[in-house]
Design a protein around this ligand. Structure first.
Ligand SMILES: *Cc1c(COP(=O)(O)O)cnc(C)c1O
Length: 421
């Protein structure tokens, strides 16, 4: 459920007409709903009620500091995957004790940053990384709390580009080698083992792959404890999917996910961490764009928008579906017609949808891409020297620009000219 609904024939973001935001900030732009963000965070928090737990928002899904602050105010931790994200979490006021540092290629500079600023744990993904972290921690006179990310070799049954839990993926260490690797970690004085980490992929629409992975984690927990390790924390990653197409069967709910976690892992007495990203912010955001032209092609009509693949790359990158809805509700009985919905970028891949049935649209009309909050703004680029589009946050009847559109001067002046030119 989200807070982007038609009222009196116009699309609203909570209590603000989307067309009013468009008139104020120009198109295209991203718009997020505070109420939806809060609701989704609470669904996870409540799903783990009764267990010692922390919901660490995977901020790579949408990392605007205003979004982080909104979630941090509810007690969210953060899952960060770079030094930049770590600094954003800090800028949002998140204490180090609530920041988990993930990622397959942490640099020593990033380790140093987090050790000095405070960190809940590093989720270590390889033995060379373990050695590096040990060195950095000893140099700083600190001990780094770690989990080791294990790769359970489970098929997440999701898009290949976002599956991370099979042995051919670059993530984690093979679970079959876990005892060896934990023994290695225990010998390094700059590290303190606190738990186990697993994350098998994104946009999972079935609980079974999670269950298989978590069962393997439970077995490993017992084995490692018998080996003498203190396993007090299980980081279960993120990955629960969202309904991108309203017509499809809904993915499992956080409450069912939480119930499954309790069933598989509750008996271990561990603190549970989860790292949802997409489910918290995906349906809390839309991208609003304007029709520039309607072009009649041979056998198909093209809806040419001012938004493009550089603003929302998911269709080009993951063949993702986004529902597209007109900001003015179509008149009852108006008949849909098929459009190819495209952007102005000079690539055929700049296509949001092919032969998508939509009500008749004209130049100047506004459309909204639903479910665009996650992996939207954060993956945008300035390809074709198109400015990064603004982000807007709505709360009740208020809205605020939380990242403004840069000027062309700002963009061009970032280039510097060598003295020989
Ligand atoms: C991307 C990622 C997540 C979040 O995944 P979602 O599908 O957005 O919930 C969580 N943990 C790790 C380690 C990740 O890389």
């Amino acid at each position: 459920m989200d807070h982007f609904l038609y009222r009196g024939g116009a699309l609203y973001a909570e209590d603000v007409p989307v067309s009013e935001i468009a008139a104020s900030v120009g198109t295209p732009f991203y718009c997020y709903s505070t109420a939806t963000l809060e609701r989704h965070f609470r669904l996870f928090d409540e799903a783990l009620e009764g267990m010692d737990h922390l919901v660490c928002y995977a901020m790579k899904a949408a990392s605007n500091v205003a979004i982080l602050k909104t979630l941090a105010a509810l007690g969210a931790g953060m899952d960060v995957v770079s030094g930049g994200e770590y600094l954003r979490a800090k800028a949002a006021g998140v204490p180090g004790a609530r920041i988990v540092f993930s990622g397959v290629g942490k640099t020593e500079a990033e380790m140093c940053l987090a050790l000095e600023g405070g960190v809940r744990q590093f989720n270590v993904e390889s033995e060379p990384e373990m050695e590096a972290l040990n060195r950095v921690a000893l140099d700083l006179g600190k001990v780094a709390p770690i989990t080791v990310r294990v790769n359970p070799d489970v098929d997440a049954k999701t898009h290949a580009k976002i599956a991370t839990g099979k042995s051919e993926n670059k993530f984690g260490i093979p679970i079959s080698r876990a005892r060896e690797v934990y023994a290695h970690a225990a010998r390094l004085p700059g590290l303190r083992v606190v738990g186990i980490d697993v994350h098998i992929g994104s946009q999972l629409t079935d609980l079974e792959p999670f269950r298989l992975a978590y069962r393997k984690v439970a077995e490993l927990c017992e084995v490692l404890r018998a080996d003498g390790h203190r396993i007090e924390r299980l980081d279960l990653g993120g990955g629960l999917g969202i309904p991108y197409e309203r017509s499809n069967a809904a993915p499992p709910l956080p409450i069912d996910y939480g119930g499954m976690i309790r069933e598989e892992l509750g008996h271990l007495g561990c603190e549970i961490e989860i790292e949802p990203g997409r489910l918290i912010v995906g349906n809390a955001g839309i991208m609003v764009s304007q029709v520039i032209y309607v072009k009649e092609g041979e056998g198909r009509d093209f809806l040419i928008l001012d938004g493009a693949m550089n603003d929302l790359i998911r269709p080009a990158m993951y063949d993702a579906h986004h529902d597209i809805v007109p900001v003015i509700e179509p008149a009852p009985g108006s008949e849909n017609r098929p459009y190819d919905v495209v952007g102005p970028v000079c690539e055929s891949g700049d296509t949001f949808a092919r032969q998508r049935p939509l009500p008749p649209l004209r130049a100047g009309d506004l459309v909204a891409f639903r479910s665009a909050g996650a992996y939207g703004a954060v993956m945008s680029s300035e390809y074709n020297t198109r400015p990064l589009i603004p982000e807007v946050l709505v709360k009740g009847d208020q809205f605020a620009v939380i990242r403004r559109r840069p000027t062309f001067d700002e963009m061009i002046n970032r280039d510097t000219i060598p003295e020989w030119l």
